[in-house]
Write a protein that binds this ligand. Structure first.
Ligand code: CA
Length: 245
């Protein structure tokens, strides 16, 4: 896993980094809350191990800042504080688990594995549409086995369209669910990113995978779904095929 370790206590940070690296993880360290927030939002690591007592921005403020904006990042809060209200606040703000100092390395490693396992189980790992595959854990996208590179936002948009294939998705919904902004923000960012996706898919002659649905937004496989509905309706005696009578 890619792990961001947000811990301002230098020796503890180095000790934990070494231990996690020995478990095969790639570890990046942040010394304060602002570094932690920016790194998570930019890189969406698999796991954030977050100390609550950080300078510049507290761990709680980091959680608030990234709430819902790093869907791929699991969070374990690490702290000396033990009060239940703090623990509950962290969980409400999207933390997956909580470790109270002092803790053993085995405990941290076990929690890391458990968080990741839970996450993998609650998500279907691979989304498929025709010969497009999107792996939500490794974040690889392939068309006919050939890899395509996407930015974080492009990936999130494609993932959302795949999760909702077969139905139209409005620009407002995409702004809310993928960009996490209020839909009345006057912006054409959705259309711009749809074009980015189509351009990349176009390399495989697949730019038409994402359909424009007049007045409704965008979608994948919506026309196919509508066509098959029509076809099944037409095969009923009430809807005789043209020329059949
Ligand atoms: Ca601290």
């Amino acid at each position: 896993m890619n792990i961001l370790l947000a811990e301002d206590h230098g020796p503890l940070c180095e000790f934990l980094r070494g231990a996690l690296e020995r478990e095969g993880h790639q570890v990046h360290c942040a010394q304060d809350g602002i570094q932690a927030r920016d790194y998570v939002l930019e890189h969406q690591p698999d796991l954030l191990v977050l100390d609550l007592g950080l300078p510049l921005l507290s761990g709680i403020e980091v959680l608030r800042a990234i709430d819902g904006r790093a869907a791929n990042t699991s969070i374990i809060v690490l702290t000396g504080r033990v009060d239940l209200s703090v623990k509950l606040e962290c969980l409400n703000l999207g933390a997956d688990d909580y470790l109270t100092k002092p803790f053993s390395l085995q405990e941290l490693n076990a929690r890391c594995r458990a968080v990741r396992r839970r996450r993998a189980e609650t998500e279907s790992t691979v989304l498929r549409f025709e010969d497009l595959l999107l792996n939500r854990v490794t974040r690889e996208v392939t068309v006919r086995g050939q890899a395509l590179e996407f930015t974080t936002k492009e990936f999130a948009l494609l993932e959302y369209l795949l999760l909702n294939s077969g139905r139209p998705v409005s620009r407002q919904e995409l702004l809310r669910q993928v960009w996490r902004v209020m839909p009345d923000a006057g912006t054409n960012v959705v259309d711009v990113y749809i074009n980015y996706l189509r351009r990349k898919l176009g390399v495989f002659d697949k730019s038409d995978l994402i359909e424009t649905l007049r007045g409704e937004g965008y979608g994948m496989g919506v026309r196919t779904a509508v066509e098959s509905l029509k076809a099944s309706a037409m095969s009923l005696p009430l809807f005789p095929r043209a020329g059949a009578a």
